[in-house]
Design a protein around this ligand. Structure first.
Ligand code: SF4
Ligand code: SF4
Length: 309
């Protein structure tokens, strides 16, 4: 069984308990406007272009028989992604590695070996592996294979999911996943569709399903000013989670623009959907969640200073 992986990150502290290896799988049905890993979205390998490394030597264009990579006026490269056949010759020809692949096919055994390399660290820290993306449920069978190996080795498994998947895929993975880190991005369906490109109804149905079965779930909310961080939306989110029942823990995640440069590298445009929240926004929301009976925490938000009135 082979799958498309775009990164394997060791020693992560933010994707579940303890120290973890995060396996990033490529391909996602959502198009969140704030996505900081745009290279995770497409279900096939892509070529990324890092302009600051480019020597303007033209070696890439010289080997491209599709004439898909051409020089701009200043010597930087422009890839015509419709004409590109993904042959990879330009990547091989580029000595300073200004061109590189995002996404590589790997076998389940190869990925499991990379995970097992840090078994001792997992044991001492209470960590394990986290499947992330993109949307890892898009490659559910691949995750199943790797998680089966991890189960045999006694390695803790977590999955970070948008929850947008067929319920059958979730059902198949329940026995192999110890912790579900489940995103709830917006309680309002119209706004959810506007910000992510998909309806939230199947997501809510899947969260309800996991909760009903008593599966360990942490709900994670990318907490974004102008999107879902206003107190009215917080109250609606709380109401939604209470109606689902079974969810005990809620984490607020940061919004940042660290991935903006990658949009340019992929020939895409970033449209900032919102802004960072203040400490008051975070505190007020956490208080509301706690008052409603949830264990709530800030999972990495560094609030922006409040502007003077
Ligand atoms: S081969 Fe690499 S360094 Fe040379 S022009 Fe192409 S992208 Fe730039
Ligand atoms: S991958 Fe092949 S077709 Fe695409 S730009 Fe590079 S050399 Fe040209």
């Amino acid at each position: 069984m082979r799958g498309l992986v775009f990164n394997i990150q060791r020693f992560s502290l933010h994707d579940g308990p303890g120290v973890r290896t995060v396996v990033f799988l490529k391909g996602c049905p959502l198009r969140c406007r704030w996505c900081s890993n745009p290279e995770s979205q497409v279900h096939q390998p892509e070529i990324m272009y890092l302009e600051r490394r480019c020597l303007r030597c033209g070696a890439c264009s010289a080997v491209c028989s599709a004439q898909a990579i051409v020089s701009a006026e200043d010597g930087t490269r422009v890839i015509n992604r419709e004409a590109c056949t993904l042959c990879g010759r330009c990547v091989e020809a580029c000595m300073p590695e200004a061109l590189r692949w995002s996404g590589e096919e790997k076998s389940a055994e190869e990925v499991a070996m990379a995970i097992e390399a840090d078994e001792v660290v997992y044991r001492t820290s209470g960590g394990g592996v986290t499947f992330s993306g993109g949307e890892p449920l898009e490659q559910a069978e691949f995750v199943y294979e790797i998680a089966s190996i991890c189960r045999r080795k006694g390695i803790h498994t977590a999955i970070e999911t948008s929850g947008y998947a067929e319920q059958g895929k979730i059902a198949a993975l329940i026995p192999l996943i110890d912790l579900w880190l489940f995103d709830v991005k917006h309680p309002d369906n119209e706004k959810h569709r506007y910000y992510t490109g998909v309806d939230n109804e199947p997501i809510i149905a899947n969260l309800r399903y996991l909760s009903r079965l008593g599966v360990p779930v942490v709900v994670r909310i990318p907490f974004i000013g102008g999107v879902n961080a206003d107190q009215e939306t917080v109250a609606e989110t709380i109401e939604l989670l209470r109606s689902i029942g079974g969810v005990r823990e809620v984490h607020l995640l940061p919004y940042h623009e660290l991935g903006v440069g990658k949009y340019g590298q992929l020939g895409r445009t970033y449209r900032a959907p919102g802004y960072s929240v203040t400490a008051e926004d975070v505190d007020e929301a956490l208080e509301k969640f706690r008052a409603a009976g949830f264990v709530a925490r800030n999972d990495g938000i560094k609030p922006r200073p409040r502007q003077a009135d």
